[in-house]
Design a protein around this ligand. Sequence first.
Ligand SMILES: [Zn+2]
Length: 280
Amino acid sequence: MLVNLKEILDMAEKGGYCIPAFNVYNMENVIGALHAAEEMRAPVILQVYPRLMKEETGYFLSPVILAAAKRATVPVCFNLDHGPSELEATRSIRYGATGVMLDGSTLPFEENIALTKKIVDFCKHVDVQVEGELGHVGTTADDSMDEFTTASDAKRFVEETGVVCLAVAVGTAHGRYKKPPKLDIERIKEIREATNNTALVLHGGSGVPDEEIKKAVKAGIRKMNFATDLCYAFIDCLAEDAVKPDRAVAVDTFMKRPIEAVKEFCISRIKLVGADGKAE
Ligand SMILES: [Zn+2]
């Protein structure tokens, strides 16, 4: 069933676990992630990068996500990931998204608050909630990994914007890590306390050691994003199969194994964050 961002995060908060958020780029990714969610009886978030929403991919991909969510027997939320502006936010809502991330983390603090609040205010009218970001979660290629979120800023940000969850910078980055990151678990706890237990989001979940992820969930991470490793699972399988002399040529048949690879990856992450068996 299709649920909104608040509904799915409330489940995680109540059960003390974390919802895996899988970035999907095409129909095969959606099918793989959905099969994993069904088999694991897990609530999941399927999310889309703003680039896809700006290009025509979002137009074609969104109905696929909605079809998957509506047919699913487990809760599925359709979220925009890293929306930089009103354009992507409104377009996503028009395409049926039930959650919107507004990423104003590269803006000065006050501007981030103002833009995020503006998006929260209009999303309210269509029962869509907003994920904000504070403290910049950079990429593994840059040096911005020291801009950690502070508890006092987070408190003000949550109070003034009305976001339903907050992406925090606590040691992760986007992309493939050169060395495994160490998360600031104490900081996660402090931010939770300062924000009246607001659901916190960890971006850059790919490549974080399993033990660190478990500690982060225990400390209050309620949504964790997996994009890079899902891409690798899909592409590595595809590349491997493409050079086999006996490979299938009909694309639907060829895609069966890459879909399975995405499914297996999603199953491993669902178990890791403790979302398996939580759909009932
Ligand atoms: Zn991210």
